[in-house]
Design a protein around this ligand. Sequence first.
Ligand code: PLP
Length: 435
Amino acid sequence: MTSDDLLARHRAVLPSWMLLYYADPIEVVSGEGRRVTDAQGRTYLDFFGGVLTNMIGYDIPEIREAVQRQLATGIVHTSTLYLIRQQVELAEKIARLSGIPDARVFFTNSGTEANEAALLMATNFRRSHQVLAVRNSYHGRSYATMGITGNRGWSASQLNPLQVAWLHSGERLRGLLSRLPEADRIDAAVEDLREVLATQTSGDVACLLAEPIQGVGGFVHGPDGLFAAWKKVLDEHGILLVSDEVQTGWGRTGEHFWGYQAHGVTPDLLTFAKGIGNGFALAGVVGRAEVMESVPAISFSTFGGNPVSTAAGNAVLDYLLDHDLQANAARTGAILVDGLRAAVGGLDCVAEVRGKGLMLGVEFVRPGTAEPDAALAAGVFEACRAGGLLVGKGGLHGNVLRMGPPLTLTEDEAREGLAILVEAIRSCAAEAVAP
Ligand SMILES: Cc1ncc(COP(=O)(O)O)c(C=O)c1O
């Protein structure tokens, strides 16, 4: 079986709106550490980790063995109608780590479902289906989460069970507030929030649901402290704050365990997914007991928090904490961001090298302008692959290269990936300006 055959079969049987990366798509057949091997036997250093999901890396013995131990019991699934020891243990750990007092945890299979559950709780608690969301966000693929996704390219339906009002993100490069100096953007974002509440809602809004760093949006964010400034206004109205930590959680940003901690505020609800299962389907919401308890009927997830995925989740979390991967993210992320800034930050076509920890972006523009250059980003993306490095793409305009390697990345691997990135960016930038 060649990869080409598989591509033809894929196209014949799977819908075309399922995005496939690369002109010549890759079938990953094995992996170890931070490296994967494709069907042609080519090995790549992986700086995208299945979209920030293979958080610990590939074939990690502690996780494999924990899953094997669970499989050996003969129990893959029981349903949540029965007690699940792995689930209770993981919930205890997540409740403790969440920073939310007296927290409860509900497990789901995906980030979409986690956000959907958070919306269920917030709208019931507040008896309102009005929700605030942020421009350029991504929250999932159900109707409600598409409805609060502020990116037309990722929101496939206008059907929406919620009434949504939109806030400016306060990011540095794009959007109205980017015209203001950094020091003025929090005040402007707060003014925007007050105006939106007064002009587009009836005041009794359920929640604001926001990503501390927008993932699909290209790893952009408002100034640190923005969530706290927003929350002061939200508190005047009893509106809840929900932090979507699907990409920013578990220490990835290096400076904090959760993205919300950069803002000096604790959310009422927090949603998590991706990295916690290291590839096993595991996600959920953790939050204040009174909000979590506001669901007025049985809400049942057949697979949510099943024994295998929560066995993986416990092993992932133990590994993460035992090895202080947050500190590793800070250390190896600094090698990447400093190295990229020094080597390519000054190029005319690079608008910004940004990021925290192991969540890094490079935004490309037409030289000397702020006009997004998606073609250049795509060229660099392919050149990285040719050089043996997998990265991601993103941003509202598709002009951002995104890096979210496993948090176990070594310093040598960071330097190896950096060299490939720099070479790819320099060579594509030179081609772009050549006559
Ligand atoms: C911030 C954020 N929220 C929610 C989701 C949806 O998660 P899932 O694809 O697991 O449903 C994603 C997925 O990329 C995400 O990045």
